[in-house]
Design a protein around this ligand. Sequence first.
Ligand code: AP5
Length: 209
Amino acid sequence: MKLILLGPPGSGKGTVSEKLEKDLNLLHISAGELLREEVQKKTTIGKDIKEYIDRGELVPNKFVVEMVKLEVKNKDNYILDGFPRSIEQAKEIEDLGITLVIYLEVPEKIVIERFAGRRVCKEGTHGYHIKYLPPKKEGICDQDGSPLVQRKDDKPEVIKERFRIYHQETQPLIDYYTKKSILKKVDGALAPEIVYTAVKKVVKKSLSR
Ligand code: AP5
């Protein structure tokens, strides 16, 4: 299974991927996480990347595409979360033979409300929501015990820019993959367990074919 999770910022791509990874043994490859890892290394490339992320803009393809291609090399079971984000990036991975694209449909109004309550662990790997997906112990990651923090790009002005870019660059992918007959829509505005059950059903159906 080579799965793409597509959706606006905050639609739940990371949340769903984390669960699918554990449940169905699919490797979770998050473009955003790979980029943030590079930023943490404080390399010259990392410093460049940080500027784009902090502004809410897409990081140039020369940094992202090779990074993702390296991760998927010789693998057959994975979830691409946050990649591709433009028609250009989609064309770059045409040869991978993507099995399924799930589009998490969530109205912008709902997503904006989610950002205020989002918390992530220190490494940024595990995500929570103070109201909808709280950790067992307040402020502490269930999985690695690190303190939970807010993401730097979750500020209102950066979120606005991330949405603008999403509409301009990423939304055309819905048509692109619909025409290839591999896109399935899931209502991502419902409660986390309901969204996850719906996604899993679609994935399992595709696996059984
Ligand atoms: P990235 O980290 O991928 O950010 P994003 O796409 O904006 O998506 P998010 O991680 O914000 O949200 P999500 O959909 O994963 O939602 P989540 O599950 O966290 O990218 C960051 C930046 O990196 C980009 O802006 C760009 O600069 C760069 N970048 C990344 N990929 C790139 C690429 N391909 N090319 C170029 N640049 C790239 O959920 C959000 C919150 O809601 C959480 O608190 C969660 O607990 C909660 N929640 C989840 N589901 C539900 C639900 N059903 N009900 C209620 N709450 C829920």
